[in-house]
Design a protein around this ligand. Sequence first.
Ligand code: HMG
Ligand code: MG
Length: 307
Amino acid sequence: SLPTHVSIFEVGARDGLQNEKPVTTEDKLTLIEQLADAGIKRIEAGSFVSPKWVPQMADSKDVFTALKPNDLQDQSSIRKAGVVYSALTPNLKGLELALDAGADEVAIFGAASETFSQRNINCSIEESIARFEPVMAMAKARNIPVRGYVSCVLGCPYEGDIAIDEVARVSEILYKMGCYEISLGDTIGVGTPIKARNMVEAVAKLVPVKKLALHFHDTYGQALANIQACLDTGISVIDSSVAGLGGCPYAKGASGNLATEDVVYMLHGMGIETGIDLHKLAKAGHQISQVLGRQNGSKVAQAMPLD
Ligand code: HMG
Ligand code: MG
């Protein structure tokens, strides 16, 4: 049966902005603040990766510093109570930086494609797992929850089709290492509904379905259909990006992440709660689109009347 509530994990400030032209830290903070005001409870706010690889995320320390809880001396925090602000951390160095900056939660990210792993994090799948071990151990010691991403679950820009067994194998490894949730990434948005559902069902044999999230990019316009095909498997966490922020580095001009407005509109229309104010969310999306000088990537936001 369908879930009654879906938890939206908003990745616009990270997955979105890492693939857009750089914006100021102030513009990122405005976006993050508006997302929280719209009722989003889980916000990926940055990543601690090599600034040479992803210059757009080089100011993540400043972003998280502005999100640190207030103390009596400093009232400058824009943190909203009850919101979890998380960061990507590919290795121990990334985790140390994220902890110093005050991230609530971190994520490690692996892939079900050998070539993608090499191109994205410069090591093989097995090497990445070895790198994640000390990250998990330190995060555990510091009581920081770790999310796990698996990329290329429905296809790879270099290898094409990816075996479902490999997706399930890597997902299970990350779960058994201690990730509290496994986010299944259709990194280049090539999936279609029946394939998406088969993939989720295969992973759910090894990882409890309640511990899975869908992270479907919308490059080929299939993300909503793919999500809909998976909604009655027991999954209730969806990753998306306000205004569909994020391009696709592998396909020039292509759209990027699934727009949060679009999935929220669909879910609400199906009677599924998200706790999100769609109107406020659309305003946040319009503002960051204006900053970037790009068209809003959400069809719902384009169609909605805004006062
Ligand atoms: P490497 O070159 O193999 O690492 O990169 P290294 O340990 O040899 O270090 C090389 C240099 O990077 C050194 O600096 C390190 O200090 C520095 P240098 O001596 O040359 O000046 N370095 C770091 N700096 C800052 N933070 C760090 C860090 N680690 C090393 N954490 C590395 C390995 C993983 C660092 C690199 O490949 C990298 O940063 N890759 C970027 C990966 C990335 O951010 N990809 C996009 C996010 S993943 C994604 O979008 C997919 C997802 O959305 C799901 C989906 O859609 O499928 C999650
Ligand atoms: Mg992604």
